[in-house]
Design a protein around this ligand. Structure first.
Ligand SMILES: [Fe+2]
Length: 381
C-alpha cells in the first residue's frame, strides 16, 4: 500500500467507501475536496445525521468520518443507530473540536477508533484516514481468508464423509458378492429401509443413516464358508447355526466404530434377523429389538421375495406384500409393516424396484421360516 505521496490513497484504498457527516455544510465541502484530492472515489457526504444513518444502511462504508456535536442527532446518537453486522469492523474517525478526555473516552467506548481535532490539519486527517482504511483492508483480508478456510474444511469434511460412505457401500457389495454380484440387493434394501423410516416420521438425518447403513446388514456373510452360503441343497441344523453367525460376524466387523453410520450398521447387522414374536436369532422380543433392525427385516425379506435367485423365480410384488402383511405381529413389527404398506400403496416402492431392475441372485436361507418353501427346504429358524 505504498504511495509516492504519504497522504494520497493507493489504488486499492481509493476504492474504499467513505461516509462523512458533519452538520456544517462548509466542513462537509472541505472534507469532500480533501478526499477527492487524495484520490478517494466512493464518497457519501452529508450534513444530515439522519441521512448518514440511511446511507450507512444502504451501502456499508469502509470508514465513517463523524462529527460529534450535531443538532437533532449527535455523533453518539448516530453510532447508536448504525447497524454494524457482528464480526464486521468499520472504523469511526471522530471529527471534533472537543478535547475533553471524558468525551473522548465515551466516544472510544461507543466504537470510535481515532480522532482528529478541528480545525483540520489536512495532512494529519488524510494520514489517519489512510491508517484506518489499511487496517480495514487487513480485517477484510483476514475475514476472506477465514471464510475460504472454513469453506475448504467444509469441503474436505464432506469428501471424507462421502469416502466413508463409499467404502462402507463397497464393503456391503463385497459381502454380498458371492450371492449377489451386482450388490443391488444391498442398495435396494437401503432405499426401502429409508422410505419406511421416512414414512414412520424419523428425521432426515436418521433416514439418510438408514439409507447408508442398511446395505451393510449382511456384511457378516463374508465370514460364512462357500460350502454353506452357496450350498444348493438344504442346510443341516449345524450348517444353519454357522449361517446364523453372519449377524455376529457383522457385528464384530462393524462394532466399536466412532461414527453414527458404523454404529447404526452394526446395530442393523446384529438385529435384522430378530423377530417381533421373539423367535429370531437372539430371541429379542418386540421393542427390545432396535427399530433399525425391525425396519431392515421388512425391507430385506420383501426384496428377497420379489427378486430372482438361482434356485427360484422372483415372486410378484403382490405376493411379497401379502407375505409381509401376514407376518405383521409375528415376524415383523406391525407399525413397521403398516408404514411399509403405506409406502407401497403410494407407489414409492416401485421407484426402488425400477431403479434397480436387474435380476437378483442368492436367497437367505432363513427366509424359509416364512413358508417360502417353493424355493427349497430349509432348517427352521
Ligand atoms: Fe441376513
Amino acid at each position: 500500500m505504498r504511495n509516492s505521496h504519504p497522504a494520497k490513497a493507493s489504488p486499492e484504498l481509493a476504492r474504499s467507501r467513505i461516509l462523512a457527516v458533519d452538520d456544517e455544510a462548509d466542513n462537509v465541502r472541505v472534507l469532500g475536496q480533501m478526499l477527492r484530492w487524495a484520490g478517494y472515489q466512493n464518497l457519501d457526504l452529508t450534513s444530515d445525521p439522519l441521512e448518514a444513518v440511511r446511507l450507512f444502511d444502504l451501502q456499508t462504508p469502509d470508514l465513517v468520518l463523524l462529527d460529534l456535536h450535531m443538532p437533532v442527532l449527535d455523533g453518539f446518537g448516530v453510532m447508536d443507530r448504525l447497524h454494524v453486522r457482528p464480526g464486521d469492523w468499520i472504523p469511526f474517525l471522530i471529527l471534533t473540536g472537543d478535547l475533553d478526555p471524558d468525551v473522548r473516552e465515551r466516544a472510544l467506548s461507543a466504537g470510535a477508533r481515532d480522532f482528529v481535532t478541528k480545525p483540520f490539519d489536512v495532512g494529519e486527517v488524510l494520514q489517519r484516514i489512510k491508517n484506518l482504511l489499511e487496517t480495514r483492508q487487513l480485517h477484510l483480508q483476514l475475514r476472506r481468508h477465514a471464510e475460504e478456510l472454513e469453506e475448504k474444511v467444509r469441503e474436505r469434511t464432506g469428501q471424507l464423509a462421502e469416502t466413508q460412505v463409499e467404502i462402507l457401500y463397497r464393503l456391503a457389495i463385497a459381502a454380498e458378492h458371492r450371492d449377489d454380484v451386482t450388490g443391488e440387493h444391498a442398495e435396494r434394501v437401503g432405499a426401502t429401509a429409508a422410505l419406511i423410516a421416512e414414512e414412520m416420521g424419523l428425521g432426515t438425518e436418521l433416514v439418510e443413516l438408514m439409507r447408508r447403513a442398511a446395505p451393510l446388514h449382511d456384511v457378516g456373510k463374508i465370514g460364512i464358508p462357500d460350502a454353506i452360503l452357496m450350498k444348493p441343497g438344504p442346510l443341516t441344523p449345524a450348517e444353519f447355526e454357522v449361517m446364523k453367525a453372519h449377524t455376529e460376524i457383522g457385528t464384530r466387523i462393524l462394532g466399536r466404530g466412532n461414527f453414527p453410520l458404523l454404529d447404526m450398521a452394526c446395530e442393523i447387522s446384529r438385529s435384522h434377523h430378530e423377530r417381533w414374536d421373539g423367535k429370531g436369532y437372539l430371541g429379542k422380543i418386540g421393542e427390545d429389538i432396535p427399530l433399525s433392525g425391525r425396519i431392515v427385516a421388512v425391507a430385506d425379506v420383501f426384496d428377497t421375495i420379489t427378486h430372482r435367485r438361482p434356485y427360484k423365480e422372483a415372486r410378484s410384488s403382490e405376493v411379497g406384500l401379502a407375505c409381509i402383511r401376514e407376518e405383521a405381529g409375528h415376524h415383523f413389527d406391525p407399525e413397521v409393516v403398516a408404514a411399509f404398506l403405506r409406502v407401497a400403496e403410494s407407489g414409492r416402492l416401485s421407484e426402488v424396484a425400477h431403479r434397480h431392475s436387474r435380476a437378483r441372485e442368492g436367497f437367505p436361507r432363513e427366509l424359509t421360516a416364512l413358508g417360502l418353501q417353493p424355493f427349497r427346504e430349509e432348517s427352521p429358524v
